[in-house]
Design a binder for this molecule. Structure first.
Ligand SMILES: Cc1ncc(COP(=O)(O)O)c(C=O)c1O
Length: 472
């Protein structure tokens, strides 16, 4: 057997032991992604529904579903079939040529906007979320002539250079030179930890008033009071802050914000990359807040994590061919036929489902189960949810001081695959976010059953108790 044959034998799926794989990974894979956030990365081999399986066949209940990209369950049969069928018909096509699914997908998304927001507009596809953000930035710059933007503290919009400039963490920019277009970061209405030490019940949206005051005088740096023109072209928001820890803003906040922005011709760009496609129980998260954004970006769950497609929808005046002509932006794999086909099937599936009812119902149940745990354990400082976007914030015994160590221990214990709730050896997959990296951002499959939710809570409690014990 020559070397090539030997290598291909060894790399046959399942033939290589996890240990050997990890050795190779340590040597040949870049560590620049997020794999090594945990000390011992897992290698998964199979998936189905709400579950992942590692190389030893251990089952892991997944309560994060690829950060909300696989909303419709792993290996969703209907979506996989759509993909497989398209592979046999038109698997590849340069995106300078048209195919039906692309047109249908753009049409369905735009028509939905017409119904929901009473706004005409168009869709431009790209591949990943960050690229869609970059395209949104182009639309804003093209329309306003401004390259400065507001964004939120705690906001996350991706890690390309443009998206990093409007993402709050300096850590993501630190090694990459000077960011002249770095956003002006505004405190987000994170009421559990109000940046102004106010109480939600009595603050009358104090944070919004402070934002409004920025425009009071030219000496606050954002507006020319002689012309009322702002130096800022857009405010990039997430309808629910995702990586920031699934933080739900109070009612009235976005509505008030939009009114302020309109006075100064500042566009509202709503990043729905994580919350879109019913994660919150509505098609777009922003629909909860009675606001019509100027531009919406989306990605992730549109293809359930199969061939990726992202995109941007904008009101007609920002994206019509006279202002955004051919060649304004492009990527080889944007509107790839496999992605548009799955995306279209996702929209059909949504149209035939009752997610508007089932997701809030499931969300309410799962949130209530975690709230019950909160009553038992003071370290669970805050539980909140909108649809199936649920936050569980871990604290010290005082129920407030952030507890990253405990959070990390629970995550690692879950990924260890040695829990026993439900009567067999299992693992639990959780995602950690939040300003202090102390928040579990739960995003289960839309098809999660009551039994699976109960199992998830039991596995969480078991991991939590083990993590508490490990402390000493
Ligand atoms: C709200 C939001 N915007 C943008 C992005 C970036 O998307 P991508 O990772 O596909 O580039 C993400 C990814 O997590 C996100 O959650």
């Amino acid at each position: 057997m020559n070397l090539t044959q030997k290598l291909s034998m060894r790399s046959l799926k399942g033939k290589m032991k996890q240990k050997e794989l990890l050795k190779l990974e340590a040597k040949y894979c870049s560590w620049g992604d997020t794999v090594h956030y945990v000390p011992k990365p897992n290698v998964f081999e199979r998936s189905k529904g709400s579950f992942l399986y590692d190389t030893k066949g251990t089952e892991y209940l997944d309560l994060q579903m690829w950060y909300s990209a696989a909303n419709f369950g792993y290996k969703n049969e209907r979506l996989n079939t759509a993909l497989k069928n398209q592979i046999d018909v038109l698997p590849q096509l340069a995106c300078q040529y048209l195919h039906e699914e692309k047109i249908q997908l753009a049409t369905k998304l735009s028509q939905r906007m017409e119904i929901t927001f009473e706004e005409k507009g168009r869709v431009h596809f790209n591949v990943g979320g960050s690229s869609a953000i970059e395209d949104a930035m182009k639309l804003v710059r093209n329309h306003t002539g401004r390259n400065l933007a507001f964004a939120f503290m705690g906001g996350y919009h991706g890690r390309t250079l443009g998206a990093s400039a409007i993402t709050s963490s300096f850590r993501y920019r630190e090694h990459y030179g000077h960011f002249g277009d770095r956003a002006f970061f505004i405190p987000y209405p994170y009421c559990f930890r109000c940046p102004y030490d106010k109480k939600k019940e009595s603050c009358s949206l104090h944070c919004l008033k402070l934002f409004e005051r920025l425009f009071e005088t030219e000496y606050y740096s954002v507006v020319d009071k002689k012309t009322n023109k702002s130096e800022f072209g857009a405010f990039f928001i997430e309808s629910i802050q995702g990586t920031g820890g699934y933080i739900i803003p109070p009612q009235g906040y976005f509505k008030g914000l939009k009114q302020i922005l309109e006075r100064y011709n500042i566009l509202m760009v709503d990043d729905e990359i994580q919350m879109g496609f019913f994660r919150t129980g509505k098609f777009w998260g922003i629909e909860h807040f009675d606001v019509v954004p100027d531009i919406i970006t989306f990605g992730k769950a549109l293809t359930n994590g199969l061939n990726p497609i992202s995109g941007v929808w904008a009101k007609e005046k920002y994206i019509s061919p006279d202002v955004f002509p051919p060649g304004s932006t492009h990527s080889t794999f944007s509107s790839n036929t496999l992605g548009t086909t799955v995306g279209l099937e996702v929209l059909k599936l949504i149209g035939e489902s009752n997610f508007a009812e089932s997701i809030p119902e499931k969300g309410k149940y799962l949130t209530s189960r975690f709230k019950a745990l909160q009553q038992k354990y003071p370290e669970i400082g805050h539980v909140d949810g909108l649809g199936l976007a649920i936050r569980v914030e871990m604290c010290q015994k005082d129920g407030y001081t952030p507890n990253k160590e405990l959070t990390d221990r629970i995550e690692v214990i879950g990924l260890g695959g040695k829990l026993s709730a439900g009567g067999k050896k299992r693992g639990l997959v959780l995602d950690v976010g939040g300003y202090y990296k102390n928040t579990f951002t739960l995003a289960p499959s839309f098809y999660i059953t009551k039994e699976e939710m109960d199992l998830g809570v039991d596995l969480f409690e078991e991991a939590f108790k083990k993590a508490l014990k490990k402390k000493g």
